[in-house]
Design a binder for this molecule. Structure first.
Ligand SMILES: Nc1ncnc2c1ncn2[C@@H]1O[C@H](COP(=O)(O)OP(=O)(O)OP(=O)(O)O)[C@@H](O)[C@H]1O
Ligand SMILES: [K+]
Ligand SMILES: [Mg+2]
Length: 700
């Protein structure tokens, strides 16, 4: 029956690249030259000034060559010109290197995109006729059949069947996952492979608009726009550039005037003014700004998180409230039945029997564990829904109950308040001692499930869940960073309070419905806070759409993925913590390098002005503490230092500054100390060293 050829095995892991991977250096070098066009250069106003300076000095060099009276200075002009070109190229190289890394990541994703023949169904039903159709011809709403061994041709929702799917090509996670219709595990991604059984899938995206397509274009930076913070910083840099431009331009008439007045000395040359300008404007941050942004996206990708925009990454750095689910995020999430606590007049075995009945079709970890415990304790055999003619009532976050209906007999288990309402609605009494049983279980941090059989309350099942190791320390770290953690749970207040205390979260919301989540996010946002959350269900989609940083689990529904602005390929709810750290680190890197760059420029001002203008104003000799070998050497050394510092700082821009979880104020102090003071001292040392080398080699 299969007319679709077996497809080649897709890559199972993504390659990691070292910072200066040999395979990246050469293409980045070529790219640095390709980026020399005026349109590309105009994207960074600061670097554009250097670019124009390079062109002007080149032209001046050729003019000097042709002019006998100026020929003596042509060597100096050429040297300045060459180093200005290097400055531009180094900036281009930094950007190309950062982009090269994400391109390599995109290429490995593109390897997953393959032309697959799909089995298109005429009627959306298993067992009906199908036609082989190229994957590219599929459209939203079409239905396809995928069977064991097939690569899923395109993104879709499972509408029939259950199958295990190998998603390792996308997630890097080798364990197969189950995909089935209905519920939160119904989304399938094109490029993944069905291992067993079959699925009928309704196509949810047109070719070119799939998850993989979106990931590739995000990673490639095709959609990379300047983020609001980047724009604000660019405006600051432009303002500084204009100030220094005015300063340098006015130096020329000053210099001409004072030389004329004194009748001695020589006016400052245009070449020196251009060199001075380049040294003064914030070229370091201007050159590295876009690399820092690209590297942030790459680091997210390295953490197996795809951000839909640079803006999302940046928002992650600004987040001040984290909303975290209790079950599965703060706790391990496999709540296991640990004990039966019967109501008065009910035996433990009777309770276990009804609890098992209420769980026989409940495939949640909670339901399974109840069946197992009833069997272990009382050897109660598992029953079949079919054999009892029972109708399964699945768990939902809104009803907070699950069970079966056997004729008119309603068997239920669920959250205490929900069951109480259910019992009262049936006109039956809710036993007084039950509150105590429920509270005892809750105070231990366990989840109590009340079991009821046709209105008769049988007792409580204790579901134990374990707080994840190390999570308390991470929350403490977040607190030091000034981030508030809020635990959200559908569980009751006592259980929530016990787990909140054990995990060390700042606040919690119990008995929460999906609507409560949305409301909580809006409340925080109206206080001017940026909120981050994770989610996987269709239930979570509205809250995800509202949150500033919204991480959807890759295993989650299409709706959740579309509502979020990040997707975690590993579907690890704790990833949010890492995401915030990466965002913070990116902002810190940008802040540190800006501080460094501006401090650097101020220092250069004092290092070179006396040396450069001593010809015009001999009095400046007194200020010349650097004792550089000559005015020309002072200018050359400063220009060379200015170019080399870009190369030296590329690793820092790409890797990010060392990350520390300390408060914002402490962080600012630390950064100003390291990058501000360092930025002031370094030019003096660096320029002096270069000057010594240049004069030792008799180059100036
Ligand atoms: N399979 C189930 N059958 C019946 N009741 C359940 C089941 N699973 C959970 N419950 C009850 O419903 C409540 C709400 O569950 P829900 O999944 O919405 O939240 P939660 O798992 O407690 O917290 P979180 O929001 O962190 O997932 C639980 O506290 C429990 O009392
Ligand atoms: K500079
Ligand atoms: Mg839950």
């Amino acid at each position: 029956m299969s007319q679709v050829q077996a497809l080649p095995q897709v890559a199972t892991s993504r390659k990691t690249l070292t910072l200066f991977d040999a395979s990246l250096i050469w293409p980045a070098t070529i790219d640095a030259f390709m980026k020399l066009g005026p349109r590309t250069q105009a994207r960074s106003p600061v670097m554009f000034v250097v670019y124009v300076g390079s062109i002007l000095t080149t032209l001046m060099y050729f003019r000097a060559l042709g002019d006998a009276s100026e020929r003596a200075s042509s060597g100096f002009i050429l040297a300045v010109s060459v180093w200005l070109w290097f400055t531009v190229l180094f900036a281009n190289f930094a950007e190309a290197l950062a982009e090269g890394r994400s391109k390599a990541q995109a290429a490995s994703l593109r390897g997953l995109k393959q032309t697959v023949m799909a089995k298109k169904l005429a009627t959306p039903k298993h067992g009906t006729a199908w036609l082989p159709v190229p994957g590219a011809d599929l459209r939203k709403g079409h239905t396809v059949l995928v069977e064991a061994g097939d690569v899923i041709p395109i993104d879709g929702e499972v509408i029939e069947g259950v199958a295990s799917v190998d998603e390792s090509a996308i997630t890097g996670e080798s364990a197969p996952v189950i995909r089935e219709s209905g519920g939160d595990f119904s989304a399938v991604t094109g490029g993944t492979r069905v291992l067993s059984d079959w699925l009928v899938v309704r196509v949810s995206a047109n070719p070119g608009e799939t998850f993989l397509d979106r990931m590739i274009s995000m990673v490639e930076g095709a959609k990379r726009q300047k983020t609001p913070n980047e724009i604000a910083l660019t405006i600051l840099l432009v303002a500084l550039t204009i100030v220094f431009l005015i300063v340098t331009v006015t130096l020329l008439p000053f210099s001409l005037f004072s030389v004329a007045a004194a009748g001695a000395g020589s006016p400052v040359s245009i070449t020196v003014l251009i060199a001075l300008l380049v040294c003064l404007i914030p070229t370091t941050i201007g050159a590295l700004l876009s690399s820092i942004g690209v590297a942030g996206m790459s680091r997210m990708m390295g953490a197996n998180v795809i951000a839909t925009s640079g803006r999302a990454v940046e928002a992650a750095g600004d987040v001040d409230v984290l909303l975290l689910d209790k079950t599965g995020t703060i706790t391990l999430g496999n709540r296991q039945a640990a004990g039966f606590f019967p109501a008065a007049g009910v035996t433990e075995q009777e309770l276990a029997d009804v609890a098992q009945l209420a769980s026989m079709a409940d495939e949640t970890p909670e339901g399974r564990s109840i069946v197992v415990l009833a069997k272990q304790k009382f050897n109660i055999r598992e029953r079949e829904v079919g054999s009892l003619q029972a109708v399964f009532i699945p768990f939902s976050a809104n009803t907070r109950m699950s069970g079966v209906d056997i004729g008119a007999r309603q068997v239920r288990k669920g959250a205490a308040d929900s069951v109480r309402k259910h019992v009262e609605a049936l006109g039956m009494p809710y036993p007084a001692e039950l509150g105590r049983l429920v509270d005892d279980v809750s105070r231990r941090g366990s989840t109590p499930l009340v079991v009821v059989d046709a209105g008769r309350v049988m007792g409580v099942v204790e579901l134990k869940d374990i707080v994840k190791g190390g999570i308390k320390e991470r929350f403490a770290e977040l607190r030091r960073m000034g981030i508030k953690t809020v635990m959200i749970t559908g569980d009751n207040k006592l259980t929530a309070a016990a787990i909140a205390a054990e995990a060390g979260v700042d606040d919690f919301l119990a008995e929460a419905t999906p609507e409560d989540k949305l409301k909580l996010i809006r409340d925080y946002q109206s206080q001017g806070r940026l909120v981050a959350m994770t989610g996987d269900g269709t239930n979570d989609a509205p809250a995800l759409a509202q949150a500033d940083v919204a991480v959807a689990m890759n295993s989650g529904t299409q709706a959740a993925k579309e509502a979020g602005n990040m997707v975690d390929l590993d579907s690890n709810p704790t990833k949010l913590l890492e995401i915030v750290e990466i965002g913070k680190q990116m902002l810190m890197t940008r802040g540190s390098l800006t501080t460094f760059s501006i401090a650097n420029d101020i220092a250069k001002y004092f290092a070179i002005i006396p040396a450069a203008f001593v010809g015009t104003y001999p009095q400046l000799k007194a200020l010349d503490i650097m004792r550089l070998s000559s005015p020309d050497s002072a200018i050359m050394s400063a220009v060379i230092f200015n170019a080399l510092i870009i190369i030296v700082l590329i690793p820092l821009a790409l890797k990010g500054v060392q990350y520390r979880a300390i408060g914002a104020a402490a962080l600012l102090r630390r950064n100003i100390l390291i990058y501000g003071v360092g930025g002031i001292i370094l030019p003096f040392v660096g320029i002096k060293l270069i000057d010594m080398v240049l004069s030792a080699l008799k180059l100036v």
